[in-house]
Write a protein that binds this ligand. Sequence first.
Ligand SMILES: Cc1cc2nc3c(=O)[nH]c(=O)nc-3n(C[C@H](O)[C@H](O)[C@H](O)COP(=O)(O)O)c2cc1C
Length: 172
Amino acid sequence: MSANKKVLVTYASKYGATTEIAERIGQVLGQAGLDVDVLPAGHVAGLERYQAVVLGSGVYAGHWLKEAANFLESNESALAQRPVWLFSSGPTGEGDPVGILDGWRFPDNLQPIADRIKPQDVVVFHGKIDPSSLHLGDKLIIKAVKARTGDFRDWSVIEAWAAKIAEQLTTP
Ligand SMILES: Cc1cc2nc3c(=O)[nH]c(=O)nc-3n(C[C@H](O)[C@H](O)[C@H](O)COP(=O)(O)O)c2cc1C
């Protein structure tokens, strides 16, 4: 009998919303029998032991957080050799997340790397903004751009996406 596939779910998160999404994805993959590590992108030592990688970041002014962007850049060649799934956690408000963002799907500056890695899927999930937890500068930005505040993460969408990944990785 062969060992279960080992999957890395890694992320960058400023206020914890993306951490919780990564943890939920990890739970779904684990329940499907995969061997999962869920780790902050800055804490990953190497990808040798992983057969697949899920990487996500909170979105700030159209960019990924530095840890996730650095991870993508510094592991490009290892990522290109494995199935990879990318997600962003960002828009608040109702409706299709990409619609809320006027078609934004992924940071422009990282798109060339993603093109070389050829991810299995790239998605945008709704995010969470809790004004009481924001640093002052972020609070002012949110006010200035009149962003909706609240927790708009749709766990059934996130779980369904993770279940599709699990299916792909457990189908012989
Ligand atoms: C200052 C600030 C700027 C943001 N800019 C964007 C943005 O450009 N696009 C977007 O979709 N979401 C944006 N958001 C929303 C965050 O991406 C969302 O709250 C996300 O879930 C945060 O994840 P984290 O807590 O893991 O960092 C912004 C939030 C803040 C506080």
